[in-house]
Design a protein around this ligand. Structure first.
Ligand SMILES: Cc1cc2nc3c(=O)[nH]c(=O)nc-3n(C[C@H](O)[C@H](O)[C@H](O)COP(=O)(O)O)c2cc1C
Length: 438
């Protein structure tokens, strides 16, 4: 099985960012079809038939989300593209924005027309300056061709689209924190319900999707929902972008039919473990998804259900590969450093829990762990995940517990034998700094 390029089709062609190149490859045909030949209800039906699920991590069905919006309700209604892409290991949205920005814009206009939304925002993470510039340029081109603004394609439908550069905070990827941030407030997540479809941006009905979700919309409308659905499995329609990194021969972003066997992707397409080493573990969908061991990967298919049946999640499709030389205690400690830095601090269990986890993992890593530390981490977990406003608590507790449970003997080595001891760790860190600065 090879790659199946729907979103990534022509993406590496020189000049594909420009509207002319995009149109030469069939771009904006989906929009014309949607607005000239279809009713909003027919568009919604095609999205439902396509079986498209949100690509931002949770996998919620797009057609159901769109049906929550009351198209004819008076007053402003908003569409937001979540381009925060903060999940460690994830680098797919950046590629679409930089290299094929019009496929996102076309999908957003179709979505806005279908749901009757008048204004859209693309919320881009602070560090993504190049994608931000690419999106701005593409929006300008779309206005100049009459695809954005007033009376789009002579249908009387108006839709304005803007970019917004965030400040580079992981929490602003949560859709409700994102909306607060867009409103100029601190990026704190909001309690749900009410859901964005009822009380979203500025308290108005709002639909939020990931970049990749919007990028799938125009191909679905151009080719039909059935066509898209059949590219995947009966429960996981279409294709998905997988960004693979770490100890792998050919890291990069690949587009695969959902349901592609893991083995074929990893060995045939991505080239297997770098340097012929043995595989120790992978993280399948970004740092918030639990680590999987080689025996758990046997027979695994790359779709939502199969990865879940192995005890992890498809998440953002960001695969991180670890070879046999990887120190999993260090991986857990380093990942926890990220979460401790990024917790927004609004909920006490998450704010304090992150620091506790980071401190305890730190003392284990530095050769000063206590025999009861792993039990303390297990116990602490019960008080974090269920007691926070957003999913951040779960997003760090679940993968941390998987590290501890699946690599217990490595953690115990550190604790019981002080495996490397503080001085050895400091020496190793100094050496790696020297290499980095050489
Ligand atoms: C802490 C946190 C960070 C998130 N970061 C992102 C992100 O960077 N990009 C994204 O699309 N969704 C992110 N999400 C999920 C969004 O809240 C939301 O579910 C998603 O944007 C909906 O889009 P979809 O329906 O296309 O999946 C994050 C959620 C949480 C709790």
């Amino acid at each position: 099985m090879a790659e199946n390029k729907v979103i990534l089709d022509h993406i590496d062609d020189a000049g594909e960012q420009a509207i002319e190149a995009y149109q030469a490859h069939g771009g904006y045909k989906g929009l014309e079809k949607a607005m000239k030949q279809m009713t909003p209800a027919q568009i919604l039906d095609e999205i439902k038939i396509s079986n498209l699920r949100g690509r931002g991590g949770a996998g919620f069905p797009a057609g159901i989300k769109w049906s929550f919006i009351k198209r004819d309700a008076p007053g402003p209604k908003y569409l937001i593209c979540n381009a925060d892409e903060g999940e460690p290991g994830t680098f797919k949205d950046r590629k679409i924005m930089t290299s094929k920005p019009h496929i996102i814009i076309e999908g957003m206009i179709i979505a806005a027309y279908c749901m009757g939304l008048d204004t859209g925002y693309i919320y881009i993470r602070g560090e993504f300056f190049e994608p931000y510039q690419a999106m701005d340029k593409a929006i300008e081109e779309a206005y100049s061709k009459g695809f954005l603004g007033k009376n789009i394609l002579g249908t009387g439908f108006n839709f304005d689209l803007h970019t917004y550069l965030g400040a580079g905070a992981y929490i602003c990827g949560d859709e409700t924190a994102l909306m607060n941030s867009l409103e100029g407030k601190r990026g704190y997540p909001r309690l749900k319900p009410p859901f964005p479809a009822q009380f979203g941006l500025y308290g108005r009905p709002t639909t939020v999707h990931n970049v990749e979700t919007f990028a799938a919309v125009a191909p679905i409308i151009a080719n039909g929902g059935k066509w898209y659905s059949e590219l995947g499995t009966p429960k996981s329609g279409g294709t998905k972008l997988f960004g693979i990194s770490g100890h792998v021969e050919r890291p990069g972003v690949y587009e695969l039919s959902l349901g592609t066997p893991w083995k074929e992707f990893f060995e045939d397409i991505a080239g297997g473990v770098r340097g012929g080493k043995k595989l120790k573990a992978i993280i399948p969908g970004g740092s918030s998804t639990p680590v999987l061991l080689p025996h758990e990967l046997e027979g695994m298919l790359l779709d939502y259900e199969s990865i879940q049946s192995k005890g992890s999640m498809l998440g953002t499709g960001a695969v991180i590969v670890f070879d046999e030389t990887t120190d999993m205690v260090k991986v857990a400690y380093r990942a926890m450093k990220f979460y401790a830095h990024e917790s927004c601090g609004q909920c006490t269990p998450c704010r304090e829990g992150c620091d506790w986890y980071y401190d305890i993992l730190g003392r284990i890593y530095h050769g000063e762990g206590r025999i009861e530390d792993l039990d303390t981490l297990e116990d602490l977990a019960k008080y974090i995940g269920p007691n926070t406003i957003c999913a951040f608590g779960d997003a760090f507790v679940t993968p941390m517990l998987a590290f501890i449970r699946k690599f217990r003997s490595e953690f115990m080595d550190y604790i019981e034998k002080g495996k490397y001891g503080l001085q050895a760790v400091l020496d190793a860190e100094k050496k790696s700094e020297e290499i980095n600065h050489a």
